[in-house]
Design a protein around this ligand. Structure first.
Ligand code: 7TS
Length: 414
């Protein structure tokens, strides 16, 4: 395990970079500059070795075998659950449900929490900056129950209009579902305040933490949210694994989302007794290696320190923002006072997709498109943005290459 930097020392980014094999590769004969971390992050060898060890050494199903391999796999799987409990400061390991990712976590809550509880006249509040994963599951729930969706608008900077939010809240509000950090704008939302205001009207709160988990330390107890969702693959872990945190009392009261093996205590054709938390929500053989690998990813970032990561990335984003603002013809999309990890922008006369292709020729990976947040594009009246998204292994030199690449693209087009 990579040791944390001594307190107060410079962030040893080159040391961390060495843990990520892919960062050493070349693309189009140039060193890779990976700035698409919001889509998925790269994996340190510690995570890959953990997956490899599992498959080489103790691959087995969990919770059922009496043999040694199964006992080892079960122990590693449940140890990962406890790591994640600690990582987000949940009260109990029973509040940690393994799912495929943020998308599945939100769908689980919409269906299992919402479907039996909501009806005509009830309201669900989301915001204009949500990822489609935090819009469409609620639209489905509205179609099923007759509830309606309310949307908190954003200002030109990409900040939530909190007065509008307060006006939307009322006796009919049942669920508030908000992104902790926006993937299209980088805005960090005031989620503690949002949660407290929702609780004051008796609504439950789901926070979409897909973009927050890799960038900031999480404390679900302090946030007091009812549900928190995030994906492993954006947190330097495997794809196909994610976490739903839920307050125990709420999870206890919710019906299973999927039926199958492992989620039951007893099955007869007359009556089936469901298993205790968290297994009630983990039907079927889960992604065992993925869970154990996510545990290794959490160990990895915890050893560096989420506060150190956040401080380093804040500085890097400031550096990148200053450089981008200096590029003539470049307009930032998302200039919230509180931002993390993301630089979204448009360039006069160059479509984001063309920019993305030109940058790729120089080994620079960014994302161009609507970022699964089409309402954000509509709000800013742009078809797409170019987006550079950072991780703790990115450097100022990489930002300089991005800016040079943008200048080159402008030369080509003008
Ligand atoms: N919520 C937010 C805020 C996200 O950024 C994403 C993925 C999701 C939910 C869905 O996560 P998944 O792991 O279940 O797919 N965001 C992005 C992105 O910005 N570019 O590619 C995926």
């Amino acid at each position: 395990m990579t040791a944390a930097a001594p307190h107060g020392a410079a962030f040893p980014v080159e040391r961390y970079r060495a843990d990520f094999p892919v960062l050493a590769r070349r693309v189009h004969d140039q060193p890779l500059v990976y700035l698409d971390n919001a889509a998925t992050a790269q994996k340190p060898r510690q995570v890959m070795e953990t997956l490899d060890d599992y498959y080489r050494d103790y691959n087995s199903n969990i919770h059922r075998g009496v043999h040694t391999l199964s006992e080892q796999a079960t122990a590693a799987y449940e140890a990962a659950r406890k790591k994640i409990q600690t990582f987000i400061n949940a009260a109990s390991h029973q509040e940690i449900i393994f799912v495929r990712g943020t998308t599945e976590a939100i769908n689980l809550v919409a269906q299992s929490y919402g479907r039996n509880r909501l009806g005509a006249g009830d309201e669900i509040i989301v915001s204009e900056m949500e990822h489609h994963s935090n819009i469409v599951p609620w639209q489905l729930l509205c179609e099923q129950t007759g509830a309606t969706l309310q949307v908190i608008p954003i200002n030109d900077a990409g900040e939530l209009d909190m007065d509008a939010y307060k006006n939307l809240l009322g006796d009919n509000t049942r669920i508030v579902a908000i992104g902790h950090i926006s993937n299209a704008l980088g805005s960090v939302n005031p989620v503690t305040e949002i949660t407290a205001l929702a609780h004051a009207v008796g609504a439950v709160v789901l926070l979409d933490g897909a973009q927050a988990a890799p960038h900031t330390s999480l404390d679900v107890a302090a946030l007091d949210c009812d549900f928190y969702a995030f994906s492993g693959h954006k947190l330097f872990g495997p794809t196909g694994i994610g976490v739903l945190y839920g307050k125990q009392a709420l999870l206890e009261a919710m019906p299973p989302y999927h039926g199958g093996g492992d989620m039951i205590k007893m099955v007869t054709f007359k009556k089936t007794l469901y298993n205790d938390l968290p297994y009630k929500f983990e039907a079927g053989t889960p992604y065992i290696a993925g869970v154990i690998g996510l545990g290794a990813a959490v160990d990895y970032v915890s050893a560096i320190g989420m506060d150190q990561i956040q401080a380093y990335e804040d500085e890097l984003l400031r550096y990148a923002t200053t450089a981008a603002v200096g590029v003539p013809g470049l307009t930032l999309i998302g200039t919230a006072a509180h931002k993390a990890g993301i630089l979204s922008f448009v360039l006069d006369g160059i479509h984001p997709h063309d920019l993305g292709t030109i940058l790729d020729h120089d080994g620079i990976a960014i994302r161009a498109g609507h970022h699964c947040a089409m309402p954000v594009m509509e709000r800013y009246r742009v078809p797409a943005t170019a987006r550079a998204s950072f991780a703790f292994y990115n450097t100022r030199e990489e930002v300089d290459k991005l800016i040079a690449g943008i200048d080159k693209a402008k030369d080509i087009f003008n």
